[in-house]
Design a binder for this molecule. Sequence first.
Ligand code: SF4
Ligand code: SF4
Length: 232
Amino acid sequence: MKTALRDRIGKARVSTVPSVAARARMALLAYLDTTSGDAVADLADGTAATDIAEAALSGAPTPPGLACAQGCAFCCILSGADGGTMTEAEARRLHAALAPLAGQSDGRAWHPKACPALDPETRMCRAYEARPMICRTYVSTDADACAQVAEGTAVTGPGTLGPYHTYLAALGLSRAALKGTRRVATYALSRLAAAAVSGDDIDTALNAARHKPGELDAELRRSKRDLGRMKT
Ligand code: SF4
Ligand code: SF4
């Protein structure tokens, strides 16, 4: 079983920069070697991709000069109806954290586009331990730049750390490796959080927040473009 999966991962293709694809592939193969759980399920629900990124994040030094602080929440003002990409495992974790808060005032009482997981008074995440990788890796050296991004102005400064790009690549490889056998879905952060705080059960929330398959490809293209900018 693991041998066949190793072979599929080895042959899988993902559209990102080659070094990130290679890092994600090696990490997925190492995950297979060390996990005692159901590796196929872990690839399908994104547990493997998230664990890989979390390990990379915990081993990386904090970049110097970050402006990030408690209550600074311009990055929790989400664009469009999507708000960011999550795995199924992350979506389930976020739903479990937010479901007990259903009916309470949420971030949208502070800003109409804020994440429903945000506390509108303290501007702190009410699901901090369950926040997805996009939130864990988004940082900035300039909070004013984040405020501009929140209002739709494209400025340089804020962005995601390297482990987010590895996570996306690992998800893309997982999807390619499991093609025809298991679905590897992604979910919209803002739609999932809104469903959870309105009291929807997990299945209803997942159905409301599930991305079309092309959304992961689109996020990988954005990731590749951002990585290309970092090199210049
Ligand atoms: S990413 Fe920007 S808005 Fe978010 S905590 Fe850091 S400085 Fe503040
Ligand atoms: S989950 Fe938490 S950290 Fe992420 S956008 Fe929502 S409030 Fe902000």
